[in-house]
Ligand binder design. Sequence first.
Ligand SMILES: Nc1ncnc2c1ncn2[C@@H]1O[C@H](COP(=O)(O)OP(=O)(O)OP(=O)(O)O)[C@@H](O)[C@H]1O
Ligand SMILES: [Mg+2]
Length: 454
Amino acid sequence: MMTIAVIDDEESTRKMAGRIMSKAGYRVETFAAGSPFLHRMEREPFDIVFLDLQLPDMGGLEILDHIQALHGQTETILVTGYGSIENAVEATKRGAFHYLTKPCRSHELCLMAERASEKIKLHQENRRLKSQVGESTLLPGFIGNSKAMQSIFAKIAKVAQVNCNVLLEAETGTGKQLTARAIHELGPRKKAPFVYFNCGGFSEELICNELFGHEKDAFTGASACKIGLLESAAGGTVFLDEIGEMPLSMQVKLLHVLQERQVLRVGGIKAIDLNIRIIAATNKDLMQLVEQKAFREDLYYRLNVVTIRLPRLCERREDIPLLIHHFIAKANKAFSKEIQGISSRALDVLLHYNFPGNVRELENIIQHAAALTEGEKLMLEDFPGHLRKLHLQGHYQEELLPLDDVEKRYIAKVLEQTGNNIKAAGKILKIPRTTLWRRLKKYGLSQATDCNGS
Ligand SMILES: Nc1ncnc2c1ncn2[C@@H]1O[C@H](COP(=O)(O)OP(=O)(O)OP(=O)(O)O)[C@@H](O)[C@H]1O
Ligand SMILES: [Mg+2]
């Protein structure tokens, strides 16, 4: 059962809210001032708080800060007179869930309580999922509850037990390296080395020297014998990243090593037996490179005994909240912060963003926001400009509202922009002044004036 606190100095409001919420199935307590509420909250947190912004003893924003410090998961809804909407807007920026303008109607209160509890339940579910994921047998910190990732995890667990070459084909930042590590860690080779080599941007000689090593005096400057990476991985796994970038001449040599399971150091004469597993990765379409004769077909088939294709982040958006949680925890550790979560507006934007850089990009975005934020919640304002713009353009989930609410909000907006000038507002809305007055009364927006400019 969700618990609700109503803090309001008007007895009638407390009574009305108390009655309606209990009827709707919540456990409600009411308070006439800020400090008795905070005393109570210290002992036992409430899930949802309806907070009047104008209280006799304390400022609403101050109470909001206390609530967030006491219990980061509490959702606060501010209740305000029309005159102090600006304060309420400021408060939502500081992490309040929403605001209502007075006089609130019972269905508005219920709707808010319902939405806040949905959000709380979603967060609880996320935490539950997270603890489940944490218990997974895979590498800690490899997150994914979507069907797509769950089937990848299952495949990783199977492949880990078999000593075959694996090709990881996926876009940048999707977790290829994590996957390679997981295969290594979950299999019988986990006690032996995991060796990383990036094939991109090196000449044939350099790659040869790195992978195969060289004998003393193999070339000028080779003053000592050097063990190559393949040899040094004895018993373990070699992860060849960006395999599509390997020069064709080098590909022949690698193929030879894979076929013979032996390596010859540069300048050496005696082949050395290799016991390694090869995992190769690419963010290119290797088959296409084969067709363009930029990658050897025989090497391609040698490497892709098993192929794992990791999904793009935008194909598994349901993992985004979990990943955000994970990266916030990581950032908290790194920056010694205690960020509790993310505002719903910011979450909305992230849930609808395309992430061309996939999980890596999400991680960077969260890190950036965590470094900048001064509060306990990551707010939209903490995120890079292109994401904030996305919010303005409305490429995020539209909140669906009852028609009355839309009318009320729109009228309030027009009033705000006309400096509460009824005549000007009526012109914009193309309704007679008398009609506008009636609406203002209906929605409790009646603090506007009719005098300016008339
Ligand atoms: N499923 C995941 N759970 C948690 N963190 C992830 C996940 N996938 C990726 N990451 C994180 O995102 C970043 C990029 O992952 P990784 O290096 O494995 O991707 P990649 O596919 O190799 O990227 P690139 O092609 O750019 O090299 C890393 O910091 C990694 O920890
Ligand atoms: Mg990588």
